[in-house]
Design a binder for this molecule. Structure first.
Ligand code: SF4
Length: 118
């Protein structure tokens, strides 16, 4: 039996998962079951971070990955994010790193702070 805290919503239910049958208890909703099964079979996470820019008025730009990535790739993806020094004025939703590490996820801007207002 494995104990997990569900991170899908702020309730933070404590889940017990049978590692043989993947039966889940302690969840208040179905999402807890899906989270627990994924956590034991193929855990994934999202990343929200920032990249450096060359623009003094906005030296960092908030970014996130466009979809969840395997948990064991978080540090590798963060290393790619940390390499970026952005020299283009991207808007929210535009791609900063396409298909990062071949994972099928893009690193995208989550702010339009670099786009000058006229
Ligand atoms: S099991 Fe449902 S209610 Fe409980 S933390 Fe997860 S998503 Fe929230």
């Amino acid at each position: 039996m494995r104990e997990l805290v569900c991170i899908v919503c702020p309730n933070g239910c404590t889940l017990s998962v049978d590692e043989q049958t993947l039966a889940v208890t302690g969840n208040k909703c179905r999402k807890g079951v899906d989270f627990a099964v994924a956590e034991l079979t193929c855990p994934t996470r999202t990343i929200c971070s920032t990249v450096k820019t060359v623009f003094p008025e906005a030296p960092v730009l908030p970014v996130r990955v466009s979809k969840e990535i395997p948990k064991d790739k978080i540090f590798d993806v963060m290393a790619e994010i940390n390499k970026v020094i952005l020299d283009k004025r991207l808007s929210r939703g535009e791609t900063v790193i396409g298909n990062v590490l071949g994972l099928g996820a893009d690193v995208i801007a989550t702010s339009s702070v670099l786009v000058k207002k006229s």
